[in-house]
Design a protein around this ligand. Sequence first.
Ligand code: GLA
Length: 417
Amino acid sequence: MYGTWGVFLGGILLLQVLQLSMGLDNGLALKPPMGWMSWERFRCITDCKLYPDECISEKLFRRHADLLVSEGYADAGYEYVIIDDCWLEKNRDNDTQKLVPDRKRFPNGLNALSDHIHYQGLKFGLYQDYGTNTCAGYPGVIKHMKLDAQTFADWDVDYVKLDGCYANISDMATGYPEFGRLLNETGRPMVYSCSWPAYQEDAGEMPDYESLKQHCNLWRNWDDIEDSLESLMQIIDYFAKNQDRIQPHGGPGHWNDPDMLLLGNYGLSYDQSKLQMAIWAIMAAPLIMSNDLAAVRPEIKAILQNRAVIAVDQDELGIQGRRVLSRNQIEVWKRPITPVTKSGHHSYAVAFVSRRDDGAPYRIPFTVKEFGLTNPNGYNVQDLYDVSNKLGIFQSESQFITRVNPNGVTFYKFTAL
Ligand code: GLA
């Protein structure tokens, strides 16, 4: 009898260990997620009397779900409508302990909003925080992880961003995987975005990328993006300086996340907007906009919807790119993409980023092999921001000349022949 029980209990224990070690494996985010999120542009605006079109409310997210479709973003691949912080009541429900969306700003509850988003053919994302409170001070999940994971599933959530304010950083390596497992156990597939490494980096700790890959579909590596070129460049530099340890870990189902796209807001010029979009595509970054989609100027909308650039970001190989060299303040970034030749030579997306501010567009020649492009049959080169501009065939010994605007980018596809 004792023996049978022993085997039985042992079996249960083994199953639990297996479940814990199996990781996320939810089959989601095989390409970097694309969508729209409220934080960068709308922050924690909660006064709907003063700012009816901007406050974090059902209205804001319905409006943006509708605009994603009517303005053509959904056709270009933008899919997730993600509520960031400040959607909650300050207290949980007294009886059930469930999370409660702000009653005034989300008067119909989250199921009604989620239905609307799904009805538009889009997917629904929601922010929460692993700690006692979200960064803006609303209740976090820590003492109610199972209940909250189930509540998310009941609200038909498709994407969860789990932040890390008001939490012990030392608990995160077990706590984040635990919440991912609880999400999985609901049976509803939910993309899982973890902020855990950003908090470790801030505390000077080295993130465990193998564990991240196993437990999260994407993760914020570093600081929040803000609406300026300075913030954008700090993030780009962080990813470039640390690329040896960060780049190898991005791939289908598990992405590094340099944070939201700023395009369509106040801080970036036209050229700087092209720069962010190109480098995000090189980095295989999630393309999550945060802007007022009703106010995006046509030329910026064209960048956000540029099919050739989006195709680089979404390339099926999912290999993250790198900064490969810098000369005269012009940086060269490259990313291996499809098609791959029979002999195994990749095609490449190549971006030239100007860190210059000396006025005139800067003309600079390179030899193709300097970027490490060595296909013996050469490359057919096309301008990704002007696909009608076909530059012709280049061999690895060929000279390639580009002319880059100050704080701007030129962006090409080198298709291996
Ligand atoms: C942190 C995150 C941001 C945003 C805010 C919300 O700063 O990194 O992306 O979610 O919290 O309070």
